[in-house]
Design a protein around this ligand. Structure first.
Ligand code: HEC
Length: 489
């Protein structure tokens, strides 16, 4: 320990026990840090005591992250709030702020329950009354849903365990589609992921899909394309396959697996860092990246790292943790990704050519055990998210809504969340979030949401797909979204 820190520690809390308390950071138990250092004044549940409540929205010195860090670091010694800046480092203080958000959010959710709509019940949201009806039941962890252009009202749903089904006019066709890869790693977070039709699907019939490929060296995300004929994937071609030595053998986490086409027909897909944090910054590895290819898998000559010695040339952007949402704004062609933070710090990013999104060098999240990760949330040459969520929601499937059934939702982003069990609507203007709403919460982990050709929204729950349509009248009122996290920068 730095002698200055020791001095201050002894001066501030002059018991020998406090030495042991300072050690607590190393085990990262942020909740215990709060109860040992803060609860005596602010109350064990942050409800207030001799010091103000940290749960209400009344802030004497500002409630955004930077102000909170400043309050804790510098304190208000004249008003009996100690300054903690000599005892705790900046990143330890930010971990405390994360913990503050976790407790505050939980408190808010307990106070103000969100709509958890039952079948066919009308819910009033900010702009529209909607209802939710089961569309396809009896599924096992559906991961993605896509609607096929053309006649017959056809759709395909993938299941994590490695199966896909055709849906025709709202009915699931048995048996499962044949011709999918045989060597799918479906344990852990592995599985069959996104499926997306080619922008000119009606001409060429190509369907693109991603999965965790199981190989002797380990596993890694792969992308293929196939056509659909007589209940089977045929004419299959590999679009992206990592080098054998890039497969990861330890752990089955963070495969990414989302696919999107932009307006010029380039194919983008995501690979998470596979639990190897440092790989996200390593351009010689495919994990922790968003990639860009021609539709047949060739590398576009204007990709940012073409010509860089040793670089994986399909890389479009890097420094990603686990991007599980990918969407192109149909009006502007801009690409956005949603990625899971660790404990806190889930991100929405505007994904630009060659940019570094910072993981694990900068992040708003902390370790699951409560200890800090990054020295800082900002760094020169690294991008800030459009917005972030602390505590984490497990942000997942992302899509722009361009249907006509909900006119006031047009062009808004919709996204799913796993641990948060939320469907959220988000409105962007010039790259900034101007509105955000929780449409429902608490009816199950939500993997994906997508608009159908009929203008309805379709959301994927653990065993079923629900269809969201306008409702005639409103009975239940959806609660307001929790306050937005402070805008980065
Ligand atoms: C000895 C009592 C005491 C302890 C211990 C203490 N605080 Fe405080 N804290 C206060 C008081 C009193 C205020 C109000 C000061 C003011 O408004 O000028 C305050 C204010 C704050 C504020 C600013 C609130 C606002 O309205 O802007 C934050 C944030 C805060 N404390 C966090 C913490 C954290 C985190 C810890 C533990 C590391 C902690 N405090 C420990 C007494 C304490």
């Amino acid at each position: 320990m730095h002698p200055l820190r020791l001095l201050v520690l002894l001066g501030l809390v002059p018991s020998l026990g406090s030495l042991a308390r300072a050690q607590q950071w190393r085990t990262g138990k942020v909740a215990e840090i709060f109860s040992q250092h803060c609860a005596s004044c602010h109350g064990p549940a942050m409800q207030g005591g001799s010091a103000p409540s940290l749960l209400d929205d009344v802030w004497a010195h500002g409630g955004d992250d930077e102000s909170l860090v400043r309050s804790i670091r510098d304190g208000y010694p004249q008003n009996n709030m100690p300054s903690w800046g000599m005892l705790f480092t900046e990143k330890e203080i930010r971990a405390l702020v994360n913990y503050l958000h976790e407790v505050r959010t939980k408190y808010r959710y307990d106070q103000k329950p969100f709509a958890a709509p039952e079948e066919s019940l009308s819910v009033q949201s900010k702009h529209h009354a909607y209802q939710l009806n089961t569309w396809i039941a009896g599924l096992s962890e559906p991961w993605s849903l896509t609607f096929l252009p053309g006649p017959g009202e056809r759709a395909i749903v993938t299941e994590k365990r490695g199966q896909a089904f055709l849906i025709e006019q709202g009915r699931r066709i048995e048996p499962a589609l044949l011709g999918l890869p045989e060597r799918i790693e479906s344990g852990g977070q592995g599985g069959l992921y996104d499926i997306v039709p080619h922008p000119r699907f009606l001409e060429n019939g190509w369907l693109y899909y991603a999965f965790a490929e199981l190989r002797t060296e380990g596993s890694m995300t792969q992308v293929r394309r196939s056509r659909l004929r007589d209940g089977a994937f045929v004419d299959t071609e590999i679009v992206f396959q990592a080098r054998p030595d890039h497969a990861i053998s330890g752990g089955r986490a963070h495969y990414g697996g989302r696919i999107a086409f932009d307006r010029s027909g380039y194919l983008y897909f995501s690979i998470g860092e596979r639990g190897q944090r440092d790989h996200a910054q390593d351009l010689t590895r495919p994990n922790g990246k968003i990639h860009r290819l021609h539709d047949d898998g060739r590398i576009p000559a204007d990709n940012p790292f073409v010509g860089h010695a040793g670089a994986v040339t399909s890389i479009w952007s890097y420094g990603h943790r686990n991007p599980q949402g990918l969407a192109v704004d149909p009006r502007t062609g801009d690409l956005f990704d949603l990625e899971h933070g660790p404990r806190g710090g889930d991100e929405l990013n505007w994904v630009l050519r060659g940019r570094n999104y910072g993981w694990p060098v900068i992040t708003y999240g902390i370790e699951y055990n409560g200890s800090p990760i990054a020295e800082s949330t900002h760094q020169e040459g690294m991008e800030q998210p459009v917005t972030y969520w602390t505590p984490s929601l497990g942000v997942c499937g992302l899509n722009f809504y361009s249907g006509d059934l909900f006119p006031r939702w047009k062009h808004h982003l919709f996204f799913a969340s796993l641990s948060g069990e939320e469907l959220r609507r988000l409105e962007l203007k010039e790259g900034r979030v101007v509105d955000q709403e929780v449409l429902f919460k608490g009816i199950g982990r939500l993997r994906h949401v997508i608009g159908g050709p009929d203008g309805a929204l379709y959301a994927l729950l653990p065993t079923r797909i629900v269809r969201i349509t306008p409702a005639p009248e409103a009975v239940t009122v959806a609660a307001k979204a929790p306050a937005l996290p402070p805008k980065p920068q």
